[in-house]
Design a protein around this ligand. Structure first.
Ligand code: NAP
Ligand code: MG
Length: 402
């Protein structure tokens, strides 16, 4: 069989535990039989991160900047237990955090819709993509427990010594006070990533803050989004028939609940933390959720939203069968290779990605699935498959044998 040829390599970041096993199986069964895979391989498995003093993570992120598209397997973020288990030199930082800092990106998460595993919100016909600003606000706060009566002030001292001072509160008794911040640079990157991704996915963009109450802080988010949109994106949105829609955060929540879905919903850090859990739980599980990091310059890193599925891995090591869901990891590959196909004008890659995703959904919709999906599925005939059987069913469906 003639395999599809690629022109530009994708950056391949291998990972840990059960997802590392699935990675190999997916490549052998669903990718390499069809594509002469051109990838620049980086082993982000914990052992190799330790051996390279985590340089491999930095190299992989730099390679992503050069090539434009990466696919990443789930990786262990070490804690004290892992330091012992893997005999690590130190407690290395989260690879996702390191990569995000280098690419300066925003993570977009979208549930994968399947007939027979319906979202709890009945009006949602199309998946909602959540974009969470991942810097600042309450996540980089400074807090004081006020012991008793006194004055709390907000003071900014400029590099030239000029001072801005505001009274927060004249306390008559004990209380609490908190300082939060964000930067124009970070909010601008967030805005650019959102506009870039909306164009790339051909979806409307919604954004909400509380700028009626927070007339300087939240208003700055709105202003920056407005400025970036007017300057660089309005024309392209209009050409593509897309909308950028701003409203108050509470109005956005109400409208999202009544909507058909299908939009990208940009959220400030805290709103995104809360709302992404709401959207993903309403749609099932993290194993049916895609995740992509998009940099403001339009570089893409595709991954699964879940972790390395440690408990399944230990069972696998004991020689037991596991029914681990490979869909999110497969869709990271289809996402990355489709994007590569679009950028390089290789229609075959786009068609392979579309076909593989259709085959996956068709297999689940006829009732064949991994254990995690069984609990929420409502089709008449449901058959629980192990990971290998499930992958084989997808291959057969793709080949048109089923
Ligand atoms: P996890 O790997 O997401 O797994 C948590 C549980 O969710 C699993 O035990 C399993 O439940 C279920 N689950 C998750 N993905 C599944 C799938 N594909 N198929 C079937 N069931 C699935 O989270 P964790 O156990 O908290 O973390 C394990 C490791 O992953 C940690 O070392 C953490 O640092 C890392 N992690 C990495 C990433 C990333 O790289 N993106 C993200 C999160 C966590 P049952 O056991 O009940 O079947
Ligand atoms: Mg959370």
């Amino acid at each position: 069989m003639n395999r599809l040829q690629m022109t530009t390599p994708i950056v391949e970041m291998d990972g840990d535990e059960m997802t590392r096993i699935l990675w190999q199986w997916l490549k052998e069964e669903l990718i390499e039989p069809y594509i002469d895979l051109k990838s620049e391989y980086y082993d982000l498995g914990l052992k190799h991160r330790d051996e390279t003093d985590d340089q491999v993570t930095i190299d992989a992120a730099e390679a992503t900047k050069r090539h434009g598209v990466a696919v990443k397997c789930a990786t262990i973020t070490p804690n004290a237990d892992r330091v012992k288990e893997y005999d690590l030199k130190k407690m290395w930082k989260s690879p996702n955090g390191t990569i995000r800092a280098i690419l300066d990106g925003t993570v977009f998460r979208t549930p994968i819709f399947v007939k027979g595993i319906e979202p709890n919100v009945k009006s949602w016909k199309k998946p909602i993509t959540l974009a969470r600003h991942a810097y600042g606000d309450v996540y980089k706060n400074v807090e004081i427990r006020v012991p008793g009566a006194g004055k709390a002030e907000l003071v900014f001292t400029g590099a030239d010594g000029t001072e801005i001072r505001e009274t927060i509160q004249e306390f008559k008794g004990p209380g609490i006070v908190q300082g939060v911040h964000n930067t124009d640079a970070s909010v601008t990157s967030f805005a650019r990533s959102c506009f870039e991704y909306a164009l790339s996915e051909h979806k409307d963009l919604w954004f909400g803050t509380k700028d009626t109450i927070s007339k300087t802080y939240d208003a700055r988010f709105r202003e920056i989004f407005d400025e970036v949109y007017a300057q660089d994106y309005r024309a392209r949105f209009e050409e593509n028939g897309l909308t950028y829609f701003y409203t108050l955060i509470d109005d956005a929540v109400a409208r999202v609940m009544r909507s058909e879905g299908g939009m990208i919903w940009a959220c400030k850090n805290y709103d995104g933390d809360v709302m992404s859990d709401m959207v993903s739980s309403a749609c099932g599980s993290l194993s049916m959720m895609t995740s992509v990091l998009v940099s403001p310059s339009g570089v893409y890193e595709y991954e699964a939203a879940h972790g390395t599925v440690q408990r399944h891995y230990y069972r696998y090591l004991k020689g037991e069968e596991t029914s681990t869901n490979p869909v999110a990891t497969l869709f990271a590959w289809t996402g990355a290779l489709r994007k590569r196909g679009e950028l390089d004008g290789i229609q075959g890659l786009v068609d392979w990605a579309d076909g593989m995703e259709r085959a996956t959904i068709a297999v689940i919709e006829r009732g064949e699935m991994t254990g995690d999906m069984v609990a929420t599925a409502t089709m008449p005939h449901i058959q629980k498959l192990n990971s290998k059987e499930f992958i084989a069913a997808i291959r057969a469906a793709y080949d048109g044998k089923q």
